[in-house]
Design a protein around this ligand. Structure first.
Ligand code: GLA
Length: 385
């Protein structure tokens, strides 16, 4: 795949609007290394931004309209006015992320400026690498910059989450938007999703994170995701805490029998997963690849057996991966029900890993997975023209 460059965005803008852009913004997708379904339980997560991003080239307009062109969707166009109530455009679902961000920024009191925009990205859409969060953060960075407003990246991530929750209608947590905005090159990002404090954690050396896309669509993802959230909230209420984050493993072990079986399983996943994130940070700091990989494997088992968000394809992908030389650990990443796995693989074994995982998975499921190593990229950025 060709890596996108600012020049490509300039060319697209020139072709579309017959003039030059004044600003280019970029926001990356993410892969979560460990800490799954913990963000909406006020817990811990450890994602990294990947070297694939959504890009936008923009030029302000003086009529308070926003005109968007999506290069990846056949140059489809969608537009809206900043002075009228911002509505959804379901014929161009991609545009709702930009609309939602404009809506959230206006609710926050930012005086937005109209703009012509071209959008282009290389984050695979719908495979769990947060192309939608990348689009939101890219648009928010652009709107804030054109408005010359001063908004911290933490607040920007929250506004993007609000856009997705309230405008698009997906009840996601804060992880994806936060990672896209605040990640740092060569580092994972540890986020405490309660107070939004964070730390950049150097990645272990000698091995890389390889993403395997199962190509299984995440059909059930939205309804099942909301159901899991509700189950976690019920478990927290039954245990008398604000969020499952407040329960230690020791306390849970003592009190698990106070919960119905299903809720106990959901809670056990979240509570043990939070502990695994903290252990993974120590493993990364000590460059202990074996310990990090083992935590990834345990995370997958917990997501499969207790949280029940895996599927046959993801279970097979992690098994195939773990059978390869140089693979320290493998787990599903993101919401689950399809999408991708993340694997920790010795640098020198990556080419063979890619070849073998592709071959074995294709033989079993009749479709080739997309397997590629990811470099930990920098969070969102802007380039004045
Ligand atoms: C999706 C959501 C995130 C997070 C993960 C599961 O990616 O957008 O907020 O909840 O699922 O860890």
């Amino acid at each position: 795949m060709v890596m996108l460059t600012p020049q490509m965005l300039r060319t697209e803008f020139q072709k579309t609007f017959n003039t030059t852009p004044t600003l280019i913004t970029r926001a990356p997708g993410r892969v979560n290394l460990i800490g799954e379904h913990t963000d909406y339980n006020d817990g811990f997560v450890l994602p990294m931004a990947i070297d694939r991003a959504v890009w936008m080239a923009a030029r302000p307009r003086d009529d308070r309209r926003v005109q968007m062109v999506a290069c990846d969707f056949d140059y489809a166009r969608s537009e809206f006015a900043l002075d009228a109530p911002i509505l959804r455009d379901n014929a161009h679902a991609w545009s709702n992320y930009v609309r939602g961000v404009a809506w959230a920024l206006q609710v926050r009191g930012v005086a937005l400026v109209g703009a012509d925009l071209v959008i282009r990205g290389d984050v695979p859409v719908g495979s769990g690498l947060s192309s939608s969060a990348a689009l939101e953060v890219c648009a928010a960075t652009m709107f804030v910059e054109l408005a010359r407003a001063s908004i911290s990246k933490v607040e920007l991530a929250r506004l993007c989450q609000q856009a997705e929750n309230e405008f698009v209608g997906v009840k996601c947590g804060i992880m994806d938007q936060f990672a896209s905005a605040l990640a740092q090159e060569n580092h994972a990002l540890w986020i405490d999703c309660r107070d939004l404090s964070y730390r950049h954690i150097p990645l272990p050396r000698g091995a890389v994170f390889v993403v395997c896309d199962s190509r299984k669509r995440r059909d059930l993802a939205n309804s099942a995701y909301n159901q899991r959230r509700a189950e976690c909230e019920r478990a927290a209420r039954a245990l008398g805490v604000v969020a499952l984050r407040d329960v230690s493993i020791a306390e849970f072990t003592r009190r698990a029998n106070e919960l119905p079986h299903l809720l106990a399983k959901r809670a056990r996943h979240v509570i043990t997963e939070n502990a695994r994130v903290l252990a993974a940070i120590t493993a990364a700091e000590q460059n202990d690849l074996a310990a990090f990989g083992k935590l990834m494997n345990e995370s997958h088992a917990s997501l499969r057996d207790d949280f029940e968000v895996s599927c046959a394809e993801l279970d097979a992908l992690v098994e195939i991966a773990r059978a390869q030389v140089g693979c320290w650990g493998a787990r599903l990443t993101g919401a689950g029900f399809g999408g991708c796995t993340v694997n920790l693989v010795n640098e020198r074994d990556v080419p063979q890993f890619i070849e073998e995982v592709t071959r074995v998975y294709r033989a079993r499921f009749g479709i080739a997975p997309l397997v590629y190593p990811c470099r930990a990229a920098q969070g969102s950025s802007k380039i004045e023209q």
